[in-house]
Design a protein around this ligand. Sequence first.
Ligand SMILES: Nc1nc2c(ncn2[C@@H]2O[C@H](COP(=O)(O)OP(=O)(O)OP(=O)(O)O)[C@@H](O)[C@H]2O)c(=O)[nH]1
Ligand SMILES: [Mg+2]
Length: 226
Amino acid sequence: MSSRPTSTGGKPPLYKIVMLGDSGVGKTSLVARLTNPDRPLNHDISATMGIEFDTQMLDTEHGKVKAQIWDTAGQERFARVLLPTYFRKAKGVILVYDISNAKSFESLSERWMAQLNDHASSDDLAKLLVGNKSDLEASREVTQEKAEQFCQEYGMEMLETSAKSGENVLKAFEKLIGIVHDRALAASKNKTGIKGINGSQQNTVKLDDHNGAQDASSGDASACGC
Ligand SMILES: Nc1nc2c(ncn2[C@@H]2O[C@H](COP(=O)(O)OP(=O)(O)OP(=O)(O)O)[C@@H](O)[C@H]2O)c(=O)[nH]1
Ligand SMILES: [Mg+2]
């Protein structure tokens, strides 16, 4: 049993997470698989033009949380303008490439990591690397070893997923949101610890906006102040 704090009672905290990566790697398809697991993959899906978001309740080791998942546009012309909005108040990011497309992997270090560092305080963001389209093993262009090197360099974990078969899709979102939630709980614990020194320690762990969690009463963008 864990002795760490949990978000007991009340509404589950809400965290904004962002999907990033080149156009066509399968960001929208991953979100669709998460939110509608039984719906078959849509091969005729259009490129995302701007911002779309969805909310999904997810389980973590320390209780249920609500993820507000921002599905961004990989196409340069949209991404450039919208990046500040994408990252505003985000707590986690899923960096997606396509295992059958080496260029989409190179873009992560050449383009997306740089933009992430320009627009967000990278240390504040939990990150997960996702190699999508694992069902296309016969056309693989990015080895797991290469992806692991990337993870070591940038300090993150990785998973290979398939939005087509559903493999590891839920696991990927749960993994990232678990890291985000742990960080928020740790920050909250530190905060209540500091209050204790002044003689006003609280018994409950309250998550608030400053610690990265938000009220989950609304699933819309305004809940995140985005
Ligand atoms: N085989 C296979 N195809 C996939 C998978 N995920 C997505 N696709 C296909 O890849 C294409 C692009 O998928 P999208 O989800 O639109 O990609 P995106 O990253 O959202 O692209 P943008 O919105 O332009 O940034 C579509 O034809 C999907 O059907 C997968 O896991 N396996
Ligand atoms: Mg899309």
